[in-house]
Design a binder for this molecule. Structure first.
Ligand code: XMP
Length: 509
């Protein structure tokens, strides 16, 4: 499989570069900048892309790459810092002019450059830099200029080494994809053949080899990651897979039923559903402190999971829905991945005696959704918004009781339905209801009420690290409010949370 490696110098766009390459149907992986030329050679990549990075090449701790990578005969594209580093290592010069160039910039391209083939000479590109190349390495040529940056792109055609000071990977460079396409298809000679279907096929083959005759278990949560991982593994090992759904009673409305329906009936996958709602409610009784709730739920979840797993003989593997961003964050250290095994359910670093199968470890979230759709998972699972492992318990402030769970579950289902009805489900990161631990006075008909409010939380986000409150249309909010107050017994008021993260968080807890 032709692979393009992205050497990461700490730039905010490294992942985006890898995504873009994959969008152009060439497989791409991110590797640390200190990978040696020898290791690269072993992987035999079709091309290398050096990412941007926040450092200046002359800073003492500036990340560098092995200079010998430029002698491998593999095409290289250096972007921003990547270009500057290439210049410095190959005998050019980088200067800090004291002038920074930031934002959309007009550039004049050399149309004879393979990188810019088929493009108009004047283009808009995205710049974000202080340093710039002011002297080319020997035998390099300038291939683009801007007013502030005379060497905005350079190349050594014969050695197939290219650099751009601007960022072709961001949307603010309208023809950026064209440039990347030229690099991949024309310079690296890649064919656009990588697809999700080919990815699925090779993944299934690998899982089959890894698992052999052993039994495999997988915890299902209702979310898209574990569901997709389970279906992929099922394709590889069939009946050797058993899925375990711990229904702790803290799931969203109809979630457990839907998972059961999908997996048992539709995919005919062995599924154990542990109905342990009472166990969890009993344990949570009187517990109001959020971290304590998380701890109890996490601990009990693992206990139930282990109890169920121990009923199956000869289990050697545990399927995890780990995604590529987690893999990148934990570096090459697979131990960290193991520690994270159950971070999902309560931040507990518990180790179980299983080897991991992680079929999604090289995919981004949106690629997982693509695989899920390809595998025939229902829309509701493919597009499911993220949901915390401890579930509704951390969206109930104070005591978690059956009555309060019922109120929140019904209100949450209305928020969910109305967001979907308004066609906003996919553009909103998360929209849900919260039940605080206060009551207030209201009037319904002729009587005074003294009931709970429901708070609606809706946010937009890329990765949950930061989030904006979603500007939901008034009519959608109005419908949610009317429906919640009319349909959910025990609620007489609805409020909308208009805080962003930071300083707030997405969940209330
Ligand atoms: P906060 O509230 O910290 O949430 O802004 C960030 C994102 O993480 C989700 N979340 C969890 N996800 N297990 C999970 O898998 C958990 O225990 C957990 N707690 C919070 C939250 O829904 C949001 O998307």
């Amino acid at each position: 499989m032709q692979t393009v490696l992205v050497l990461d110098f700490g730039g905010q766009y490294s992942r985006l570069i890898a995504r873009r390459v994959r969008e152009l149907k060439v497989y791409s992986e991110i590797v640390n900048h200190d990978i040696t030329a020898g290791e690269i050679k072993k992987r035999n990549p079709a091309g290398l892309i050096l990412s941007g990075g926040p450092a200046s090449v002359y800073v003492e701790q500036a990340p560098v790459c092995d200079k010998k990578i430029f002698d491998l005969g593999v095409p290289v594209l250096g972007i921003c810092y990547g270009m500057q580093l290439m210049a410095k290592l190959l005998g050019g010069h980088v200067a800090n002019t004291g002038m920074s160039e930031y934002g959309k910039t007009s550039v004049t391209l050399d149309k004879d450059s393979t990188l810019f083939t088929g493009m108009a000479q004047e283009q808009i590109v995205w710049m974000s830099h202080q340093d710039l190349v002011d002297q080319l390495p020997p035998d390099f040529e300038t291939s683009a200029t801007t007013l502030a940056t005379p060497m905005a792109a350079f190349e050594h055609k014969k050695r197939r080494l290219y650099g751009t000071q601007f960022h072709p990977e961001v949307v603010h460079t309208p023809k950026g994809m064209h440039m990347l396409k030229n690099f991949l298809y024309e310079v690296c000679d890649c064919a656009p053949t990588w697809t999700m279907v080919s990815k699925i096929e090779s993944e299934v083959e690998e899982i089959r080899e890894q698992a052999g005759d052993a039994n495999v278990i997988c915890g299902l949560s209702g979310g898209v990651d574990s569901a997709t991982a389970a279906v992929l593994v099922h394709k590889a090992v069939g009946d050797k897979l058993t899925c375990i759904l711990v229904d702790h009673g803290l799931l969203r409305k109809d979630e457990a039923e839907q998972v059961e329906e999908t997996f048992k009936k539709h995919f005919k996958i062995n599924l154990i559903r542990a109905d342990v709602q009472k166990r969890f409610i009993d344990l949570l009784s009187g517990v109001t402190e959020p971290e304590k709730k998380r701890h109890i739920i996490g601990y009990e979840f693992i206990k139930v999971f282990e109890e169920e797993a121990s009923k199956i003989k000869g289990v050697k593997y545990l399927v995890q829905g780990t995604l590529y961003p987690d893999v990148i964050e934990s570096g090459a250290n697979r131990e960290s991945a193991k520690i994270k095994t159950h971070h999902n359910v309560g931040a507990l670093p518990v180790e179980m005696d299983f080897e991991l199968i992680e079929p999604l470890r090289l995919l981004f979230k949106d690629e997982v959704r693509e695989v899920a759709a390809e595998l025939g998972l229902p829309e509701e699972i493919v597009w499911r918004q993220p949901f915390p492992g401890p579930g509704l318990a951390i969206r109930i402030i104070g005591d978690v009781t059956d009555e309060r769970l019922k109120i929140l579950r019904e209100a949450d289902a209305i928020v969910d339905e109305e967001i979907k009805r308004a066609g906003l489900y996919q553009e909103i990161w998360q929209a849900f209801a919260i039940l605080p631990a206060i009551k207030s006075v209201g009037v319904m008909g002729d009587s005074r009420t003294y009931s709970y409010p429901i708070i609606i939380r809706a946010v937009t986000s890329q990765d949950a690290m930061t989030a904006d409150w979603a500007k939901l249309p008034y009519d959608v909010l109005e419908r949610m409010s009317n429906r919640i107050i009319n349909e959910v017994e025990g609620v007489n008021r609805v409020a909308f949370d208009i805080s962003s993260k930071p300083p707030s968080t997405i969940e209330w807890e």
